[in-house]
Design a protein around this ligand. Structure first.
Ligand SMILES: Cc1cc2nc3c(=O)[nH]c(=O)nc-3n(C[C@H](O)[C@H](O)[C@H](O)COP(=O)(O)OP(=O)(O)OC[C@H]3O[C@@H](n4cnc5c(N)ncnc54)[C@H](O)[C@@H]3O)c2cc1C
Length: 388
């Protein structure tokens, strides 16, 4: 089997690499990790200038018609760059492209594609995460406006975004999946407050609160009570950017450290057979993670939607990342417990940082249990799990 992405992707990869060398500076990356805001406006605007915010889109919509293999090359090269704003905004932009109004397409899409505006995702609520269709944030019609009241959690980048893509309940009488409506709400209107939530993986997210927020019906995306179908469009794109490579820099950093560090008897850590066994196990898991992500890319490249394949890739890489970081950290002993950025950290600190980040990966973007439910139901045809 030939897993190479092809000459066209190799050429794009070289272009992306040169761009990243210029714009994804170590200072920018360090700042994102320090503040927890995994978005940088200068970098994002530079992406927009290159036409890479929606590089895979048809040219008539402002894209470059990059194919799935070229996009995989892009995400492989940029895997170390904090780009949360690109991910969330692209999900919303894709949705607008499919079901947005003419005005939304003419006025908001160009701002997204230029890198001048980003959108946060306002789905999860206290009590409605995995079961997101249980959302209780209310939108009530008032003439040609809607009045919104409620609370969201984990609204990542709400403190930077110009818009929030807000899931609301518009019909209390209908079954829960049929009473939802989505709005693209500007963040600068009265009634919205944003409070920081700092997570274990250093990423800052937010809770967002909506009190009598009035929006024009022109902010609605899709049909009234048709929000679940609109959500499905956005969610289809959520896992399309996974590369399965998160464990690679962690293992590289560990190996570099183990080649230099010595144990109490003076022996180099890398010479310990237990350490070498762990390194081999982690390398194998990384390889399988990458292959599963490539399989999802392959489905996309043939015009399919890699729902089950995306779930398998996400489930495997996130659970293996936790296992791998935990095992590598154990070999680093007390040095491994020093937080990344401190002078005494082990190596570049990526095992410790990876360990904390890995804890988030099995929850954000759909938990492992939900991914298993998707694989069992959609992939294997078993009965539908309760929360979907
Ligand atoms: C860092 C971070 C960033 C995030 N960013 C965003 C964002 O930008 N926008 C947004 O809207 N949300 C965001 N989320 C929220 C994320 O999507 C939810 O955390 C996730 O869907 C899980 O929901 P929950 O936290 O409410 O957990 P719950 O749904 O309460 O789940 C708790 C536990 O129960 C398990 N469980 C739940 N239902 C089932 C079931 N049917 N079968 C088996 N087990 C089940 C889960 O797997 C989990 O282990 C973010 C989360 C994190 C951690």
């Amino acid at each position: 089997v030939d897993f190479r992405l092809g000459a066209k992707s190799d050429a794009f990869r070289r272009e992306v690499r040169a761009f990243l060398q210029e714009h994804a500076t170590p200072e920018m990356i360090a700042r994102c990790h320090r503040t927890g805001t995994f978005h940088d406006w200068d970098f994002h605007r530079a992406l927009g200038k290159k036409g890479w915010i929606a590089a895979s889109w048809p040219k008539e919509f402002g894209g470059q018609e990059r194919d799935a293999c070229e996009m995989a090359a892009f995400h492989e090269e940029a895997a170390h760059v904090p780009m949360d704003g690109l991910g969330t905004t692209l999900m919303v932009a894709n949705t607008l492209r499919h079901v947005g109004t003419a005005v939304q397409k003419a006025e908001i899409l160009p701002r997204f594609l230029a890198g001048d505006a980003i959108a946060a995702l306002g789905y999860s609520e206290p009590g409605a995460g995995s079961d997101v269709a249980a959302a209780r944030t209310r939108a009530v019609r008032d003439g040609d406006h809607w009045v919104i009241n409620g609370e969201k959690v984990f609204t990542t980048l709400a403190h930077e975004a110009q818009f929030v893509f807000l899931l609301t309940r518009t019909n209390l009488a209908a079954p829960k999946h049929h009473g939802l409506t989505l709005f693209l709400v500007p963040m600068n209107i009265p009634g919205i407050t944003v409070k920081p939530i700092h997570t274990i993986g250093s990423e800052r997210t937010n809770s967002t609160h909506y009190t009598d927020v009035r929006v024009h019906d022109g902010c609605r995306v899709g049909a009234v009570d048709g929000g679940w179908k609109v959500m499905m469009i956005a969610l289809t794109y959520e896992r399309a950017t996974a590369t399965g490579r998160e464990g690679v820099p962690v293992l590289d950093d560990f190996i570099t450290w183990a080649q230099r560090a010595r144990d109490e008897s003076g022996q180099r850590v890398i010479e310990d057979s237990a350490v070498r066994e762990t390194i081999a196990k982690v390398a194998l898991r990384n390889e399988v993670s990458i292959l599963l992500a490539l399989r999802a890319t392959w489905v996309s490249s043939r015009g399919g939607l890699p729902g089950v394949e995306g779930s398998m890739a996400k489930l495997f890489y996130s659970e293996m990342l936790q296992k791998s970081c935990s095992e590598l950290l154990a070999h680093q002993g007390h040095c491994g417990l020093v937080q990344r950025g401190e002078p005494e950290m082990a190596g570049g600190g990526w095992v410790e940082a990876g360990h904390r980040h890995a804890a988030v990966t099995t929850i954000a973007g759909g938990s492992s249990e939900i991914q298993r439910g998707i694989i069992a139901h959609r992939g294997l045809g078993l009965p539908k799990p309760k929360a979907q």
